[in-house]
Write a new protein. Sequence first.
Length: 101
Amino acid sequence: MDSGGEGGTRGPGSGAGDDALAIQAALTRHAESLTDVRRHALSVSLLSWDSPAGGAFRTYLVERCSELSGTIELLHSAARLLGEYGRLLRAAEELQRGAGL
């Protein structure tokens, strides 16, 4: 699984389970980053907008924040599932090492 990208570099003794857990951490970081962006956009949408263009921009921000919420939830869900998968892979790798494979 060594993709050479984030979370895909293997050190000595690491395996696919470690890679999965590294990718899980990256997904969590991305979700947290998007949460910060969403929080900032929501705070901007709360500003007073006295023009029609300002009102349209506010509506736009609220819609984008709603979409971001869905994306953030999907990233967190993917991270949780990948974490479970990574732990199972690590357990399987440990069993293989214990069996001498």
